[in-house]
Design a protein around this ligand. Sequence first.
Ligand code: FCB
Length: 513
Amino acid sequence: MTAQTRTHQTLITPGTTPATNLPVAEGRPVPQDFLLGAATAAFQIEGARHEDGRTDSIWDTFSHTPGAVVDGDTGDVACDHYHRYAADVDLMRSLGLQSYRFSTSWGRICPDGGPVNAKGLDFYERLVDSLIESGIAPWLTLYHWDLPQALEDRGGWTSRETVDRFVDYALAVHDRLGDRVRTWTTLNEPFCSAFLGYTAGMHAPGRTSPADGLAAAHHLLLGHGRVVQELRARDASLELGLTLNFTVADPLDPSDPRDVDAARRVDAQMNRIFLDPIFRGEYPADLLEDVRHLGLTDHVMDGDLEVISTPIDVLGVNYYNGEAIGHEPPADALDDSVNGGRTTRSPFPAADDAHRHPRGLPVTAMDWEIQPEGLTRLLVRLHEEYAGPAGVALHVTENGAAFDDAPDEDGFVDDRGRTAYVRSHLGAILDAVDAGVPVRGYFYWSLLDNFEWAWGYAKRFGIVRVDYDTQVRTPKASALDFARIISTRRLPSPWDAPATSGDGDDPAGESTP
Ligand code: FCB
């Protein structure tokens, strides 16, 4: 397996950064205790669809639905990580990653959401053991969107019963790995599970109902709280929490009350709908007012909010970009939607009149604006308003960029756009640290090019290239640069990594001085 992992160590001149050969001494110091790693998710990399007892998730069903995913791509094989995990861990070790954030597959461990399948747990035990042997701290996420299809058939996250099954599954994983894994996060991005999946129709299971999205959001939160309670009761020393994805919603015209209100709605329906129940034990009043016709409170039983607000230890922050929100649509809309001809709608249950406006910033291949300063503002806000008063540390659990990579004949990608992206966002995090925010780590999304949900394999986020025909992994320039940042604890300036063709116009974004 290792032979299939090519490295480009020869590109690195000792004492310099690999992408640019600049002297590292000039870089900004990265605190010694700041954790640097990379993230993946089970469905996006594992493949082995029906092996060792695994049964289908909603993403198997969705990706096999004609028109749902670009090019008809599926997760059947993906990066074949199920069989290649040992070589992938070797690769992580060669890059010096300090931690690896991965998710476990519910349908591999509890096929159809039912009784435990020991073979499924065996796989994660092998993975965790090899990480630990390699000195890489495992960071485990229980739910990264792959609900067993059999549970969806009984109502999915709109049904309260799914919460009980989630607890069963979480306890089964803890039974096997609780003595080895210290950091447990319950959910990845419940906004996407609930609202891209049940309201927008863009993700599995592909429903287009605002009411269903709200019901799903509440049950996801309840599942999070129940699992935190159960795991805490078993072992008070675990680090428990969840990962949320955030936007930074700025009004297009701060002097126009209609734009201010549109931005408020987006902030409520993406950020505060999860933050307030978790940190304050209540849904925001303005959100309840905006969605009062959609039945959210019908699902909220006595005691739910106490469960949901069970104290956590870590908040995972996923940040890709913020947005300028106006009350009218722009002439030139940014289009990052993909629907393969399916019927889709806004993910926001009650913000149809909120519209994202392009700001002239450089964009990635996803058409996502590159806005590192938004990450600094987000971290400061989260610390001041939510995590700080609760004594909760922040980790950036996802941040990264897809670009149209152009490999050379050896499969090497000189991705200076991605290199600059990572550097500029790490710099934005260090700005927050300098402002007093306790940010403890950063996980690049993603270690590998992988199945990017409705985009299939068309969008590449990896710092390691995957040739899907051969499954050969080739670290890109960004991986070598990241490895050097980890080993030197020095962050070079993003503008030292100029764009090359196919990397976007101005990869350093607005942090170019
Ligand atoms: C996040 C997801 C992750 C990946 C990145 C690009 O929303 O958590 O799985 O798709 O976006």
